[in-house]
Every structure is written in C-alpha cells, then in structure tokens.
Design a protein around this ligand. Sequence first.
Ligand code: XUL
Ligand code: CO
Length: 439
Amino acid sequence: MSEIFKNIPVIKYEGKDSKNPFAFKFYNPDQVVLGKKMSEHLPFAMAWWHNLCAGGTDMFGRDTADKSFGTEKATMEHAKAKVDAGFEFMQKLGIKYFCFHDVDIVPEADDIKETNRRLDEITDYILEKMNGTDIKCLWGTANMFSNPRFMNGAGSTNSAEVYCFAAAQIKKALELTVKLGGKGYVFWGGREGYETLLNTDVKFEQENIARLMKMAVEYGRSIGFTGDFYIEPKPKEPMKHQYDFDAATAIGFLRQYGLDKDFKMNIEANHATLAGHTFQHELRISAINGMLGSIDANQGDYLLGWDTDEFPFDVYEATLCMYEVLKAGGLTGGFNFDAKNRRPSNTFDDMFHAYILGMDTFALGLLKAAAIIEDGRIDDFIKNKYSSFNDTEIGKKILSGSATLSELAAFAENLGDTKNVQSGRQEYLESVMNSILFS
Ligand code: XUL
Ligand code: CO
C-alpha cells in the first residue's frame, strides 16, 4: 500500500515555541502529569465519519474536499482506501483509537444481508491493519438516522418492520464492535424525538426505545461485550424535541427503565452548549451520577444555533473539561474528535492541522487543570463554602439524615437572624482561573 499523506511527516512534540505547523506544541505523550502519562490521560480517537468520509457538503453546496483517496467512491475499494488512509493518519499523529458507525466503513447496499457481508469483509481488513499496531477501537455504533426508513425514528418508529431493521443494525454493529475489541457502544438517538405531538405518542416511543436498548444489552453481553453502552445526549437537530435532551434527561430515562448499570454518558461538548448548558455542567452531572464514560471532543459556535462540530481550540473550556475528568478519576472511554474541518479547509494538510489543534488544546487543558488542582485555591474555596454543614452540630445532624423539619425550624427560631451567609466570590475565583491559565 502506498503512502496517502505523502508530504506529511510523523507529528512530533516540539514544544510551545515551535513554529512548525506539523508538530505538537503542547501534546507530549510521555510527559507525566499528576502521576500519569499525557497519553494515558488523553486516549484520543479518530472519528471515521468526519475524517475519512465527510468532504464538506452542506445544505448549500457539495463536497469541497476530495476523500476518494484515488478510488471510485461508494465501492469496497474506496472503503479499503479509507482504512489505509485512517491507519496512516492515526499512526502519523500517534492516535490510538478510532470510532465508527456501520455505514462509515462500507457503502450501504439495498439489501441488509449484502451490507453485512461487506461489513464482515471490511472489518477483516481493519483487523489485519490493527495487527502489529497499538491502535484499538474506542466505540462502535449503528447509524439509524441517515436511511430514509428511519424518518419516523428507529427505536421510536411507528413501524414494527423498521424497528426490526434498527435491531438488525444494532446486532451487527455490536458484533463488529466486539470483533474489533471496542471498549464501548454508543446510542446517539438522531431520529429518536419528534416534531409535533399532533402525531406522536411520547410514552409509547420512549418505552420502545428502552425495549430496544434492553435487547441490545442482553445480546451484547451474550456475545462477550464487557464494555459500556453509552447514550450521547443531544437536545435538538435533527429533531425539534430529542428524547436524550441532556445528561440529566438521559440518566433519568436509564434509571426509569433499569438500564443504568450497563450505560454511561458519552458527552459531546457542542451538544452540551446546544442544550443551554456548559460542557462542564454536562460532565459534572454525569460524573456525580457515576456515569461519565466518554467524551466527543469538539466545540460549537455560540453565535450559531446548530451543531457545528468544530475542532476544539477553546483552552478555557478544555481546561474545565479536564478538571472534571481529573476529579472523576479519568474516563473509562476516551476523547473522540467528533469534529470536522471547516468547509474551506479542504486539503489533507488541514486534516492534520485540525487534529494537532484538538490534541494540543486538550493537552493544554490537562496541564492547566492539573495546575488548578495543585494550586488548590478553587477546591479549598468550594470545600470551605459548605463548612457550616461539616463543622457544626446542626450541620452534621442534617448530613446524617437524622434531622426533622420541626427540629430545624426550632433551631432557626432561636437564631434570630443569621450572619452565616458568605460571599460566593465569583469574580475573585475567575481571576484565580485567569492567573493560572496565563501564568
Ligand atoms: C451527531 C453526533 C454523532 C454521534 C454518533 O451530532 O454527534 O456523530 O457522535 O452517532
Ligand atoms: Co458525537
């Protein structure tokens, strides 16, 4: 197989003063941060779909980037060329994981049996390429949103036949994930939502989604899948109302249907902002519920109301993300760049610049998050803020769960007034953040 990205070298760490566009400025895989190598803190993954398939098509224009890799598109030759390109790309960047949808890796046939045959063939080829490298599969998933048959939903469809197609795709995608040694399996409910209640039975649809997920867990476990299932929350786009609006909604759904032991969250930065939350909020809600599994690392544009899937450059956001990840003790999953080049960034060079940017941004975020933790002022502030619960008899009683409402009311009546409400010191803490970020 000949080299595809011919003029692009293996990307090395050169340090922050480097002006080399094909070098890392902050991602130094062997550098130890808080007792662990950067590469272990940051298991980066390549998203097959954006990197190897998407050519910049939007609602107003066709591809600007040529991802044919010298072959005719929508053929098995093209599917194999994408594998070659993907492995060369990951090896040149030192990326150890990839994520895929079934239809990213082969052209979908009209007949599902033929699609499955193609999937078997391509995953044999992927396995061959994995051999002798340290590249692994982070997670797999089934695309149950592009095919027109899913126009009314997959798990939430009105058609029992379409529901079976969804089941068939999940079954196969799970088998492929196991075959490739994937650590996780993702459900992003692209068409699982609705436009109007005039034609929708929400309870029926949600129960059916839960049934499908239950079957997926049972089947996955029966074929040796020991990893985590993930829900990837998103509030809108393509549907107006998406059932997995945000982490809190998805966690509630999983608990309601008894799926919470097998599932965690795959939190995507841009989905968080679409939900009107910060990325950090979604990570924290997942973490405190023991469900922070994996991350789709990208960012949105605050001026635009849709999912722009940009490569992350915002160091402030990345820092707060890594602060959450460090506090949660790391991820069981990894950092998948569910991100795409801007449409005019249409060359192979741009694909590398994008990943260098993303990896450097998260490396910088890691370094700065470690600095916040080592500095201790923010953690100390938060700890002290709640000290009246830990340091007083009445506070301890409340925390122990043994207090009654009448008892607390009697306590309050004896206080007269309270002076024990301290400043939140937000501006001071924000200036601490800036002094750490820019020191
Ligand atoms: C869509 C999205 C998906 C999921 C996988 O917004 O993020 O690509 O990550 O289906
Ligand atoms: Co995503």
